[in-house]
Each structure stands twice: as C-alpha cells, then as structure tokens.
Design a protein around this ligand. Structure first.
Ligand code: GLA
Length: 719
C-alpha cells in the first residue's frame, strides 16, 4: 500500500535496487572476500540475500572457499530480522528505526604504510544510507585494524544510536574473557571469567581519563582457556581515548558476537547529509599458540605503526615529582640536575608546580590553566633551567596538563565560557579541577598554544609529560549548545586534532601520555605519544603486576617505569623492575647511600647497553606472578643474539623451591653465555652458565632467587 509520493519513490527505488542487485549477485554470490595476514584469516562471503556474511575467522588455511561454511551476517544493523545486539542502530530523519544493509562492492589496495586496505561498501535497500567497512591488515605482524564509516543523503539528519567499529563472530565451544580493570594506583588487574549466556560488557563512561577503571583492552580465549604458549586467543583494543565499549553476547546456539567501538551511552550522534562519520579502529590479533604470540604480534605492530617513533631509542631520566612534589625552586632544581648527572641519565623532567603567579601552583588547588612560570620559584623562567641543564649536558623536559582548569586560576575568571559544567547546577570538582570545553576551537587553540609557547620560547625543551587528572562529571559543553550528546565524541576528536597540530609542528618531540597514572592508555593517543605512564603506583611489587598486565598489549618501548620511594623493596629490586620499560628515576638521591647510588648508576649503564633488546626485542613471559610467587620474563632481539631475563621473587613459602625456567625465543643451535648483571655492591654474583639454546629452552635454568622481594637480571649473549 502506497501512502504518498515520497513512499512511492522509495518503494520504486527499492525494487529497482533489488533488481540490479539480483542481477549482480547472481554473478558474485560465490565470491569470498578474504583479509589475510601471515597466519590469520578473516573471510566474508555474499549470501543469496545480498547480505555480507562472516564465513571464517581464525588460523589461516589454504583451501578454496567453502560455500557451506557456517556464517553470520558480518555487520548487523538493527531493525530487521536479527534478534540480538546490533553493530549499528540508526534513526532516519523520518523516524524510521531500521537499516537493511546489502553488499554493493569491495576493493583492496596496498596502503602507503605497506598494509593492505580492504573496503567493503554496503547500502541500505530503502534509504540513501551507505556504510563502508574497512580492514587494514598488517601481514608480517598478524594484526588487523577494522573500522567503519557511515554517510547518507537523507533530507534531514541521521541519528546514530550505536555505531560499532567492528563486529566479529565465533563458534567456539567455551569462551573465556580476560579483562584488565582497576582504579588509581591499581591499574591493569587481570581477571579471567567464563562467558555465560547473555551479554557481558566492558566499557567506560568517564569521558576524559576514561580508563581509570577499565583499560580498553581484552583477550578472548575460544575453546577453553589459553596460556602463554597454548590456546586460541584473540587480543583486542580500540584506538580511542574516550568512552569505549566491548560487548560480548553469547546466544542460545553458543555463538558469540563481539561488538567493539565507541560507547554509544549518552552519545547519540546527529549526522547531517553529505558528512561521514568514521569510527576509531578496533585493533586485533589472533593466535592459536597462546597469548605470548598475540602480544608479540601487537608489540611488533605497535612499534612500527601504533606508537610515535616506536622503533627509535628512548631517553633515561630523573623526574622531580616524588623528590619535591610542589616544593622546589630554581636552586633546588639545579641541584637535581647534578643528581641526574650522577645517575648518568639523559634528561631531567620538571613535574607539576612550576607555573601560575596570581594563584601559584603550590598544591593541587590552584593554578591549572595559567601556564606562565612562577616568578618566585623560577625567577629565570624555563629558559634559565634549560640553559643550566644544557651546560651540564643534560636534556630538559616539562609537565603540563593543558585540558584542565582550577577554579582558583586566572583562566577561570577570564574564560568562564571555556569550562564544561552543567548550567544552573553546582560545580563538581575532582582533584580540585574542571575540564575545559575542548570541542570549542578557541579552547583547542589554547591547548595547542600551551605546548607551542613552551616550545617556541624554549626550543631546547626535549620532552613533554602531558597529564589529564580527572574524568568528566556534570558534563555540559557551552560550545555544543543543543548537541550535548556529541560531547564525549567531539572531545576526543578535538583532542586528536590538537595533537595532530602539535605533531605537524613538532613531529618528533618525545611526549609522555599520562592521566593520573594509567587513565588514558590506548593506540588512539599513542600515535601522537612516544610513551605512556602506566600508573602512579611505582611500588616495585605492584609494578610487577601492572607492567605484566600492560605487556599483553603494549611494548616496553612505550612503558615509562620509574624508580621511586614507593614500596619497601631494595633499590635493586625497584630498579630491576623499572628496567623493564623506559627507565627513569623519581627519587631524592639524598635518601640513597653511596652503595645504592653506585648501584643505580651502574644499572643505568647496563640499561643503556641493553635497552634496545628490551624495547625492540620479542617478549616471552615465562612465569606469571598470577600463577606463582615469582615472575620471570625475557626479551630476545630479532637476530636471537642477545637476550635479557628478569626474575622477580615476590614471596616464598617455607621450603618452597622454584623450578627451573625453560627459556623461549633462542636459537636452539647456538651456544649462549648467561651472566648475572645488576649485582648489588659486593653481593655474590651467580656463576656464568654456557649452554645451548636448545638446552636452555628444553631443560631450563634456575633463575629465581629464594628470598621474598629479591630479583635477578641476566644478560644472555650468543657466543
Ligand atoms: C599525576 C601524575 C603524576 C604527577 C602528578 C602531578 O598524578 O600521574 O605522575 O605528574 O599528576 O600533579
């Protein structure tokens, strides 16, 4: 029944489309679209109904297309016949809530970065709505990035209610989800649970510092649990620093759908005709030999493609945060420069507290937003510090938190319209501060200007620590007016725009991504950053677990790790733990005795010799702190000539004897010398061992010390 001209046209065009489609699909329905890496395969095929189906995901095989493969619609839109959670839900401008997507065309090409880009175009059968699925596959690294893009030519706006980057289907027997939750100073606590019928979601709704409770990463084991060397496992993460959602739905047939993307919560997005909306990429890898390989895949990809300058060396540093907090002046800092030289590190990093005059930043109640050096603490400004550091042959870096404002600041008075808060309601503070309205281009200029001013006035500044110490609450953007449901998304887009601007002008300036510890760690931001701050918790024991957690998804080259006075372990233990990332110190050297200081500077020298192996090598997690009273892990360089092994004993029970540890990643035919390094003072060094790679990997070696909270580091070299 046709009610009006508009509907008549719609129905006619639908019939025409169906006819063209039927002719087209007669030829193409046997077609398979395959996204391939060295070991992984994702296959999609065309159904007789014109829809796109996922026909296979898993270990690559060589057989030809199997038309009978069990299949699920690849990217399901809401409103037609599907009964479970959709990847995409929209409301058309006329209020109609459904989409029926059919295949239009696909193509595949080599991208400039060497990856293969496959695009699959789908279209609604009734409305002028187009959806493109993108898959970038990184052959050698076995990593796939998947995102989607939606456009339309409707008369009014199309409302996007939910819009996943990607949807994947599994037909395994038994699914186990490993997630990484936490809180400030308790980041990346690993927890595995069996997925049961219904929906499990891991997500964030915090806006900025979005990952305070959940990092946007997970591992999904299919057909039972996985460990480091066995099991079928997918490791996934989202290139997005804001609200994310991973949704796992197990249906009555034991099929699992995984929907990854921006969290649609409170984020309906109104899309004008002619504009397109592109989701962030879901980054994933798959391994049928356990988690170790999945991590190595991600690390290799991340170093080359995911992290700024990920294949370049990093600088060791001394940070003053824990040594001084807000209580410092020029003289004190210059003395710390001398300490940095004693340690032998490359750079001094000046932390919070250097700025603001009317409301000096002497604690965390005031000053955020007023990025002028405090003239009382620093009469010579930043310039005097940079010059002094230069004269000592030391690089200089500086802390900023440019997205934030304290009510006690000049900025707060000058630009009330730049601040996010609900009109008519009481302001809500977290760490005594509020979030600036980054969607506003003027605020973006201000944030970019904060970096640009420091850098143009002091071109020798060699490092920036970019912090973000609160999440969003009472959220309302003055700039977005009647589009408040855009705020979480537009904030992140604006964040990336500012970072792109910074990178256009300062392409290689090392920058640390920090967010009150690990509140913002993801590959959306790491494109612009050289490292991230995993946690404010630098207690050596806690860091063994925290760094272990991050290591599933992020390589050592990106992980800042500082020796501080958190934790009661020996300086050796804390330093050995920090050597597993980008080594730094954040400690008052006055608290170290001579032997401790000598140990630290020798460790810095060892680290400089070995950091390439640690940062660029392959990681093998050998003994998990979640399984035993110890942790053991090793890094092996690509030629398998050099390796570094870290053994941390966390606890030991009466009479407990630690088993030998079988190494991994060595050349079985080669002979290696294993030498203990980072030995404290006159402590006994374990005897060197010479053995074949074969033996070290089959028989193993005793590497763990007996005493609780002690550690050993071994340098392993091919003869
Ligand atoms: C955050 C960071 C710390 C330090 C402080 C300064 O908490 O994580 O490392 O920079 O801010 O206020």
């Amino acid at each position: 029944m046709l009610y009006n001209d508009h509907n008549t046209m719609k129905n006619l065009s639908m019939m025409l489309f169906a006819l063209i489609f039927a002719l087209y699909s007669a030829e193409t329905q046997a077609q398979e679209i395959t996204i391939l890496t060295k070991d992984v395969q994702l296959s999609m095929s065309l159904g007789k109904d014109g829809k796109l189906y996922q026909s296979y995901f898993g270990t690559r095989f060589n057989d030809a297309y199997n038309p009978d493969a069990k299949s699920h619609e690849a990217y399901i839109a809401w409103g037609m016949s599907d009964l479970f959670e959709p990847a995409l839900r929209v409301s058309h401008s006329d209020g109609n809530p459904a989409l029926a997507l059919v295949y239009v065309r696909h193509s595949s090409s080599k991208d400039t970065d060497g990856s293969t880009l496959t695009r699959i175009d789908l279209r609604d059968t009734l409305y002028p709505v187009d959806l493109t699925l993108f898959f970038a596959s990184y052959y050698e690294e076995n990593v796939i990035r998947a995102w989607s893009e939606i456009r339309h030519r409707e008369k009014g706006e199309l409302t996007l209610n939910s819009f996943a980057s990607n949807m994947l289907h599994f037909d395994g027997g038994d699914y186990h989800l490993t997630q990484f939750h936490g809180d400030w100073a308790e980041e990346m606590q690993m927890q595995t649970s069996r997925l049961t019928s219904g929906i499990k979601i891991i997500d964030s709704k915090l806006g900025s510092r979005a990952q305070m409770y959940q990092t946007p990463v997970f591992m999904l084991s299919i057909d039972g649990t996985s460990n480091e060397t066995s099991g079928r496992v997918l490791a996934g993460t989202l290139e997005w620093s804001g609200n994310f959602r991973f949704l796992f739905e197990l249906d009555p047939h034991n099929s699992l759908r995984l929907i990854s993307g921006i969290n649609p919560f409170a984020s309906e997005y109104r899309l004008p005709a002619g504009k397109s909306f592109r989701t962030p990429a879901f980054v994933f890898t798959y391994s049928d030999v356990g988690r170790g390989k999945a991590s190595r895949n991600l690390h290799r990809w991340a170093r080359r493609f995911g992290i700024l300058d990920g294949t370049k060396p990093r600088m060791t540093l001394l940070n003053n945060w824990e040594a001084t907090y807000f209580d410092f002046d020029e003289v004190k800092l210059k003395n710390l420069f001398t300490d940095a030289k004693k340690l032998g590190v490359d750079l001094f990093l000046l932390d919070d507290g250097w700025f603001a005059n009317k409301y000096p930043r002497n604690d965390d109640h005031a000053g955020l937003g007023d990025w002028e050096p405090n003239s009382k603490k620093l009469p010579g400004g930043i310039g005097a510090l940079v010059n002094d550091a230069r004269s000592k042959d030391l690089k200089f870096g500086i802390w900023i938190e440019p997205e934030m404002v304290n009510p006690k600041s000049e900025l707060y008075g000058k630009h009330p319209e730049w601040i996010m808060r609900l009109p008519g309601r009481a302001e809500h503070y977290f760490r005594n501060q509020m979030v600036l309205d980054l969607p506003n281009p003027q605020v973006q200029n201000f944030v970019f200007g904060t970096v640009d001013k420091i850098m143009s006035e002091n071109p020798d500044v060699a490092f920036i620590k970019w912090d973000c110490n609160r999440m969003m609450t009472n959220t309302w953007s003055p700039y977005l007016k009647n589009k408040q449901s855009h705020v979480f998304i537009d904030y992140q887009m604006a964040f990336y725009d500012v970072l792109a601007q910074v990178r256009a002008k300062y392409p290689h300036l090392p920058m640390m991504l920090c967010s009150g510890g690990g509140g913002r760690v993801d590959y959306g931001a790491l494109k612009y950053f050289t490292e991230f701050w995993p946690s404010d918790n630098t207690d050596g024991l806690e860091r063994v677990y925290i760094q272990w957690g991050y290591s599933y998804f992020f390589p050592a080259v990106a992980m800042s790790a500082h020796v501080t006075s958190w934790g009661r372990q020996s300086i050796k233990f804390r330093t050995d733990v920090a050597m597993q990332g980008r080594l730094g110190f954040d400690i008052d050297l006055k608290h170290l005795n001579e032997r401790e200081l000598a140990f630290c500077s020798a460790a810095v020298a060892n680290y400089k010799r070995l950091s390439e192996v640690i940062m660029q090598g392959d990681l093998y997690r050998l003994v998990s702190p979640y399984d035993e009273n110890r942790a053991v892990l090793m890094y092996v360089d690509s030629a398998r000539n050099r390796a570094v092994l870290f053994a941390y004993t966390l606890n030991s029970r009466y009479g407990e004897e630690f088993a030998k540890v079988r190494m991994q990643g060595l050349d079985p035919a080669a002979t290696y010398t294993i030498r203990e390094i980072n030995v404290f003072g006159n402590d006994h060094r374990t005897n060197d061992v010479r053995a074949s790679g074969d033996r070290l990997m089959k028989e193993g070696l005793s590497v763990s010390p007996q005493q609780p909270l002690t550690s050993r580091v071994y340098e392993i070299s091919r003869d």
